[in-house]
Design a protein around this ligand. Structure first.
Ligand code: SF4
Ligand code: MG
Length: 336
């Protein structure tokens, strides 16, 4: 099976002028630092990390919404960075994005019908009005919105309903991939599970692949096949979802699991891991030398501040960037 999406050595930076307009050349803030991964049809890749770790920038770079990018985003074998205009628009039909703040992502002056059908009208101007209405209503039904809501405006909906509208809009072109950037973090906890279950059901029905971004591991644990952990724009660890959560080998993954609220019973037994050291997330303008996590890592040794650990592949396709990974973790869980 060929990957849907192949990201290779993706780097994204923001040129920043330090100290005002006349103070010399810009410095580059590296938001995504040499990330590579494949995504297969129908699969869900979870991406987790603290805010500022580069998750949203990575998503936007894949969507071709960012400048200052190097590396490759291969979509169905085509290098998206080399496509422009109508050629890029033609590919853009097949992957969509949903955003963190559902209300802000919807145009307040458009009705639900107009919002959901907009991609359809844009990409298929030849469709009849009746056909568009029919497809829009069908899509509303699929995401659990009642047909009589069709002429209402976004402000007349709850946050959870707005996210359903966003999902309907993303799905109406029958894409092969939806990138979900923290789609439930702005919602009440009681609504989060409903939206997650809806996405899971729609995925089963349509076979769409998902990239699911979250800052909380407990949100993506059950929806993801694989999970990638980011810190300051770098991949720390990647593994199958259960392996990553049950036998995390990277000190940062372990710290993230320790930080999961006790409310998630599946993960609460795991609080024995060392937590992140005190101190803030370092500025991405001046990332620590060596391992970017060393200033907060409970296992750090002198060597860690000197040499950056490579991202190496271990058992069962686990990838890990650490000089001193807790591999006893996974070894002790291997059943014979
Ligand atoms: Fe911690 Fe060193 Fe591993 Fe980085 S390389 S995560 S500092 S033990
Ligand atoms: Mg974000």
């Amino acid at each position: 099976q060929k990957p849907l999406l192949s990201v290779r050595n993706l780097r994204v930076w923001y040129p920043i002028r330090k100290g005002g307009m006349f103070s010399g050349p810009p410095v580059n803030l590296t938001a995504v630092d040499d990330i590579s991964f494949d995504l297969y049809p129908g699969e869900t890749l979870g991406i987790v990390g603290e805010s500022g770790c580069g998750k949203s920038t990575l998503a936007r770079a894949i969507m071709q919404m960012m400048g200052n990018v190097s590396g490759q985003v291969m979509w169905l074998g085509k290098d998206l960075g080399k496509l422009h205009g109508s050629a890029l628009r033609a590919e853009r039909k097949t992957f969509q994005m949903i955003f963190q703040d559902p209300l802000a992502a919807l145009n307040p002056r458009m009705t639900v019908a107009q919002i959901i059908s907009e991609p359809l009208r844009f990409h298929f101007p030849e469709l009849s009005k009746a056909e568009i209405t029919e497809r829009t209503q069908r899509m509303m039904g699929k995401v659990g919105l009642r047909a009589e809501m069709i002429n209402r405006y976004p402000h007349q909906f709850s946050g959870g309903q707005c996210q359903r509208i966003g999902i309907a809009r993303a799905l109406i072109l029958e894409p092969q991939l939806i990138i979900c950037d923290e789609p439930v973090s702005a919602l009440d906890v009681s609504i989060q599970a409903q939206v997650l279950n809806l996405l899971k059901d729609l995925q089963e029905e349509t076979g769409v692949a998902l990239i699911f971004i979250a800052h909380d591991l407990s949100v993506i644990r059950h929806i993801s096949d694989r999970i990638m952990v980011l810190y300051l724009g770098n991949v720390m660890e990647q593994a199958e979802s259960a392996a990553l959560c049950d036998t995390p080998c990277h000190p940062y993954t372990q710290a993230l699991i320790s930080a999961v609220p006790i409310a998630d019973p599946d993960m609460s037994q795991k609080t024995g891991y060392a937590r992140i050291g005190d101190g803030d997330l370092p500025s991405p303008l001046a990332p620590p030398p060596g391992c970017v996590f060393h200033t907060r890592c409970p296992r750090a040794q002198v060597h860690c501040s000197v040499e950056k650990p490579p991202l190496s592949t271990g058992d069962q396709n686990r990838r890990i960037a650490c000089h001193f990974p807790d591999t006893a973790q996974s070894a002790s869980h291997v059943r014979t």
